[in-house]
Structure formats: structure tokens, C-alpha cells
Design a binder for this molecule. Structure first.
Ligand code: CU
Length: 319
């Protein structure tokens, strides 16, 4: 009974905001409900109690985005989360969880597809999309019921324009969608610039730095994605198929542009991300100058000396 009660409590936590509970019959306001098929081995569509606990614990580290939650076929709840419960310019992880409406149990096999952010630009009276991760997959081995994707927003919401987000859902044979829900994209604080663009011939590329908020003094793994602007620009910008190398030169512009040792270039990994090591020797503003090379080692972007003698293509990260 303990496990069943625990899962029921998870359901109550997840659904609580959206649904008022009736027939509360204990002092926690948690209902004792029958959960068919749930035993100490868990739910066939989800997880063991331990796996469910891992998902539950993870969800305590993120915040729900109410506008992006929905119900499919009256049977399944789909919830979307980010770290902050909002979005900002540059790279954002977005997480999805599906539950059974009747008992709150997580569902392992569901698909989130066609994640489509769209910005309406008021003055130009036109729409454009932005870089989006290739596919929404399971977050990791211990949390298969959490799906993760990412969106890197080119611009923040302002009087110049606003964003909507849409996505399709397939869950246990049912299909649903979230359609053009308005979302707010805030600007990053001063000293944080995580998204830059460059051009190669007629093609525009975007280089998004992922989650530098986790960085500390010392060696950090830098993860980035290179995306290619779509034609038409209302199609989400997919990851570029070309292989680049991103060389980094971190400098502190407020401290005579001193650098740091032991940085390694970001190279393309099997999952399509780019990874390298950035070593930051102290706290403060770091301007990470970039030189992008193609597969043959030719410089295709950055690598100039137009910014105080350093590449004019750079990310800013303040730690
Ligand atoms: Cu825009």
C-alpha cells in the first residue's frame, strides 16, 4: 500500500494545480484510490517504483509551464517543464512528462514531435522560427519517462514581436497536440550572450551554447549546437549536418583581456552536439572568442581581430 499511496501522492502533486480534488478522505487531502495494475513492480507502461521516484525527484528540479500542458483523449496528461518555468534568449532545455489521468502514473513510451517555435515580427509583418534540437528523446537511462528537447531563441519577446510554441504528441496509441500557445521569452541578463550567428556563403548558421549557468571556476565541459537557418524560415532550424570545429579563446575584457590555460576546442559528438573544455580561472565576465573551422580546417567564421584584437564572434558568460 505504501507504494500505491506514494504514486497517488505524485499524481496529486502533478495534477493538483490543474484539478481540484474532491472526496478527500484523509488529513493530507490525498485520495486513496484504486490503481489497477500497480503493484510493487510498478506500472507496465512506466517504471519500477524506484524509477518513478527518480522521475519525481527530477521534477522537483524543474518548473512546469502551464500554457504547454495538455490532455490527450481525456486519458493522458502531458506536462512541459523548463528549469525556470519560463524561456530566455539562447539555449533552453525543455522537458516533457506524460501521466495517466486516472492514477497519475508516468508513461515511458510517448513521443513529442514537431516542436515548433514561431515568432511574429510586428513591423515586418512576418514570421520566423529558431534553432530547435533534432529529436525529443529520453533524458537519460535512469529517467526514461522524462523526455528532453531544446530550443534556442534568437530574440526575446518585446514590442517588436512575440512567440508561440506548438508540438505534436503520440502516447499509447493516442495522438494530441499543443497548438500555437503563446510563450514569453525573456532577455538574458547583462553579461550573458549564448547565441551567435555566422554566414558561410548564402547560408546562415547559429551557434548556441548550452547551459553555462552550471559553470564554475575551473574546468567546465562546454556543450554547444550548430544550427542552420531553414528555408522557409518558419520551419524550425535543424542542426547543421556539416562538421565544424569551434576553437575557443576565453578572455576577461574587464581585466586587460587576460586568458586562461587548458582550453580545448568544441568538436562534434555522435549525438550531434559539440563539446570541449573551457577553463575559467576566476569569477566575472568571460568573453569566449570563437573561431569556426570546416571539416578541412579552413576558417569559416570568427578568427578575426576586430574585437580588441580578438575574434568578433563570441559568447559572453558571467560566472
Ligand atoms: Cu524575431
Amino acid at each position: 500500500m505504501k507504494t500505491v499511496r506514494f504514486l497517488t501522492m505524485i499524481a496529486a502533486v502533478l495534477i493538483g494545480a490543474a484539478q481540484s480534488s474532491c472526496n478527500s478522505n484523509d488529513d493530507n487531502g490525498v485520495q486513496d484510490i484504486e490503481i489497477p495494475g500497480v503493484t510493487f513492480d510498478g506500472d507496465i507502461d512506466c517504471c519500477s517504483a524506484e524509477e518513478a521516484l527518480q522521475v519525481y525527484k527530477f521534477l522537483e528540479t524543474v518548473k512546469i509551464i502551464p500554457a504547454l500542458t495538455t490532455t490527450v483523449d481525456g486519458q493522458y496528461n502531458i506536462f512541459a517543464y523548463t528549469r525556470t518555468g519560463g524561456f530566455h534568449t539562447g539555449y533552453n532545455d525543455i522537458f516533457f512528462v506524460a501521466t495517466k489521468k486516472k492514477n497519475g502514473n508516468y508513461i515511458k513510451n510517448f513521443d513529442i514531435e514537431k516542436v515548433t517555435p514561431l515568432m511574429y515580427m510586428v513591423k515586418m509583418d512576418m514570421y520566423h522560427s529558431t534553432p530547435v534540437g533534432g529529436s525529443v528523446g529520453s533524458f537519460d537511462e535512469s529517467r526514461l519517462a522524462v523526455k528532453r528537447g531544446w530550443i534556442s531563441f534568437l530574440m526575446n519577446t518585446s514590442e517588436n514581436g512575440s512567440w508561440t510554441l506548438s508540438y505534436d504528441i503520440a502516447v499509447l496509441g493516442s495522438k494530441g497536440a499543443v497548438s500555437e500557445q503563446e510563450i514569453e521569452v525573456s532577455a538574458l541578463p547583462e553579461g550573458q550572450v549564448w547565441l551567435k550567428s555566422f554566414k558561410v556563403g548564402d547560408d546562415a548558421y547559429f551557434v548556441s551554447l548550452a547551459d553555462p549557468t552550471d559553470w564554475k571556476t575551473g574546468a567546465n565541459t562546454a556543450t554547444a549546437y550548430v544550427s542552420k537557418k531553414s528555408k522557409p524560415i518558419t520551419t524550425p532550424y535543424a542542426q547543421a549536418t556539416e562538421q565544424f570545429t569551434i576553437e575557443i579563446d576565453p578572455r576577461m575584457p574587464d581585466m586587460g583581456n587576460h586568458t586562461s590555460p587548458d582550453n580545448t576546442p568544441l568538436t562534434r559528438q555522435s549525438d550531434g552536439s559539440y563539446q570541449g573544455t573551457v577553463n575559467l580561472t576566476m569569477t566575472g565576465l568571460w568573453r569566449i572568442h570563437l573561431t569556426v573551422k570546416d571539416a578541412n580546417g579552413n576558417i569559416v567564421a570568427g578568427g578575426d581581430t576586430e574585437n580588441d584584437g580578438f575574434s568578433s564572434l563570441y559568447w559572453d558568460v558571467t560566472i
